[in-house]
Design a protein around this ligand. Structure first.
Ligand SMILES: [Zn+2]
Length: 158
């Protein structure tokens, strides 16, 4: 208990020391400089303002300008490519959906398959494809396969 408390208090006291050092340095800087305080604050505000402006300008030149300057045919081409990718994904998705739900047999030895726990990547994959999935293993030859199903509200498969 004591050790834990000691560990927790360590970064806190370090922070205090940093603040003390910062205050001391600012005090010394204020004593040695001739620049009035309000001028320093004004300069700081100007500095923050100009850096925000620089960030804004670079954001516009990286993300907005290429989109605005793009030719209309480029835009159409991009749309075609995107839609073809979408169609391809839909086709793959349709192809891997299993029509049967419970009558799965082992493709190797034709024995019964029983459901086992899915791996994390299989769960992520089925979530990404917006499909339900089940991972099955053969009772006799240890062959395992992943099946996908169309998501339906009365099938609580996840
Ligand atoms: Zn088998």
């Amino acid at each position: 208990m004591n050790r834990i408390q000691h560990k927790q208090s360590k970064p806190y006291s370090y922070k205090i020391e940093l603040v003390i050092a910062g205050l001391m340095m600012s005090g010394v800087a204020l004593l040695t400089t001739d620049v009035p305080f309000h001028v320093m604050i004004l300069k700081l505000i100007q500095f923050i303002g100009s850096s925000i402006e620089v960030i804004k300008q670079s954001c516009i030149s990286i993300f907005i300008r290429p989109l605005v300057q793009m030719e209309f045919s480029d835009l159409i081409g991009l749309m075609l490519i995107t839609s073809s990718f979408g169609l391809l994904l839909r086709q793959i998705r349709q192809r891997i959906i299993s029509r049967s739900f419970e009558s799965h047999n082992c493709p190797v030895c034709h024995n019964r398959l029983h459901r086992i726990h899915r791996h994390r990547w299989q769960l992520i994959l089925s979530k990404a494809l917006y499909l339900s999935s089940g991972y099955y293993q053969c009772e006799s030859c240890q062959h395992s396969s992943l099946y996908f199903y169309e998501k339906s509200p009365h099938l609580n498969r996840g």
